[in-house]
Design a protein. Structure first.
Length: 141
């Protein structure tokens, strides 16, 4: 799960996907990262932590990190939140195999960045949850 700073959207996406995968009995490794390095080593934004908590998901122990090339080797899917993240991650790909792993979480739609608008955290949670449920439905084999 990738967003810009790895403090709002991608930590929510990591927590939601882990939660839903566990409910489905899936042993999936889920992680999140950012394309920008402003918050490396910090925890998620308090508003993301609060919103996740309101849905019974604890993301408070996550630590923000930068996306790294080795993530292409570690993960089968790289799910990004918006088209800027998509471009940034695709620019880091080494080959066509890496590029095939990179997709927008919501297909052709973006997950808006709620950082500057407190009222967006719950709708963003709902969008991410819907995208995660669709992803699990598609790849739960």
């Amino acid at each position: 799960m990738v967003c810009l700073g790895n403090i709002c959207r991608s930590p929510l996406a990591e927590g939601i996907m882990q939660h839903l995968a566990k409910q489905e009995g899936l042993d999936w490794e889920v992680d999140s990262a950012g394309t920008g390095n402003w918050h490396v080593g910090e925890g998620p934004d308090r508003r993301s932590t609060r919103t996740a908590g309101e849905h019974g998901i604890d993301i408070s122990k996550q630590v923000c990190r930068l996306f790294r090339i080795s993530d292409f080797d570690t993960f089968d899917h790289i799910l990004v939140m918006d088209k800027n993240n998509l471009s940034d991650i695709l620019a880091m790909t080494r080959n066509a195999e890496d590029a095939k792993k990179v997709k927008l979480l919501l297909g052709d739609k973006i997950v808006p960045d709620p950082y500057y608008d407190d009222s967006l955290f719950e709708p963003v949670f709902q969008l991410i949850e819907k995208g995660c449920k669709e992803f699990i439905k598609k790849y739960n084999n």
